[in-house]
Design a binder for this molecule. Structure first.
Ligand code: FES
Length: 68
């Protein structure tokens, strides 16, 4: 599994659309082929990124983390 850190943006996990995940015991189905998680702390929909990082000048380097 690979995690991508977008420059000045969220942590992104690429997964096939339709993938299932469980958040706090509740099952969800991905509508898009990725899961974008907030790393700026400003999202109104944590743990997901809602684009708020663009309004607050969040700065962070891009990168990748590969697991397994
Ligand atoms: S990284 Fe996008 S709202 Fe926090």
């Amino acid at each position: 599994m690979k995690l991508r850190f977008r420059e000045d943006g969220p942590l992104v996990i690429d997964l096939p659309a339709g993938s299932r995940f469980v958040l706090n015991g509740e099952e969800h189905v991905l509508q898009k082929p990725k899961l974008a998680l907030c790393r700026c702390g400003r999202s109104g929909n944590k743990p997901f990124c809602d684009g708020s990082h663009k309004n607050y000048g969040f700065r962070a380097a891009a990168g990748e983390l590969e697991l397994g």
